[in-house]
Design a protein around this ligand. Structure first.
Ligand SMILES: [Zn+2]
Length: 214
């Protein structure tokens, strides 16, 4: 994160900066920015992150590391899936409306257990009887939508899930939607690939992230 003042970033600049960090991570040239005593001291007065990132809790997807970000750079919400709920949307609302981040990223990933569990539940017709049930309930619609389009591969389900969570945010959070319409905020659905360390953009709202991978 080269910038000194993320609040001045456009959604596109915030995305470009995080992707540049991801490319450093993937190529083994992470700069590990903003981890020193000076940064800690600077942040005691407040935070000014460049993005809120909604990602899976999977231990192989440590968000700051894969974007080569440091202290104060990104506001992260993680649940398995990821899935949405009131607590998650409250955290996103805080980032967008109080911290005024210019970018929202929904990040799924390769080999996601929550997606696999949902595929299994749909195929076996059985739902877990513990709290994993909520994961299956909230990931399965993404898989059903992908299947309705003829998609069969797990990577397609993972991409679709990120895109569907991003679309749900747009539908369920009117203030976020209006900020996207006005160009203040961009929303990106993306997927992280475990082996090569790359983040691929799946779809964007109010931001150009290249061709959609849907
Ligand atoms: Zn996962």
């Amino acid at each position: 994160m080269e910038t000194e003042n993320p609040s001045t970033l456009t959604p596109q600049q915030a995305w470009d900066q995080l992707i540049a960090g991801n490319r450093r991570f993937a190529s083994g040239t992470s700069s590990h920015p903003h981890l020193d005593e000076a940064r800690r001291s600077q942040l005691t007065g407040g935070q000014n992150p460049s993005a809120v990132i909604i990602a899976c809790s999977d231990s192989r997807v440590p968000v700051e590391l894969i974007f080569d970000a440091g202290l104060g750079d990104v506001f992260v919400v993680r649940t398995a899936g990821p899935i949405l709920g009131e607590s998650v949307m409250g955290s996103i609302s805080f980032a967008v409306n109080a911290l005024e981040v210019p970018l929202v990223i929904v990040l799924s990933h390769e080999s996601c257990g929550a997606v696999a569990a949902s595929v299994n539940a749909l195929e076996a017709g059985s739902i877990p009887d513990d709290h994993r049930r909520v994961l299956v309930e909230r990931v399965s619609p993404s898989i059903l939508m992908a299947r309705a389009e003829g998609k069969k591969e797990v990577f397609e389900f993972e991409r679709r899930h990120a895109a569907e969570v991003a679309s749900q945010l747009m539908q369920r959070m009117p203030r976020l939607r209006s900020k996207v319409t006005s160009g203040e905020v961009g929303v990106v659905a993306a997927r992280y690939l475990l082996e090569d360390g790359l983040v691929e953009a799946v779809a964007g709202h109010g931001i150009d992230v290249g061709p959609e991978l849907l």
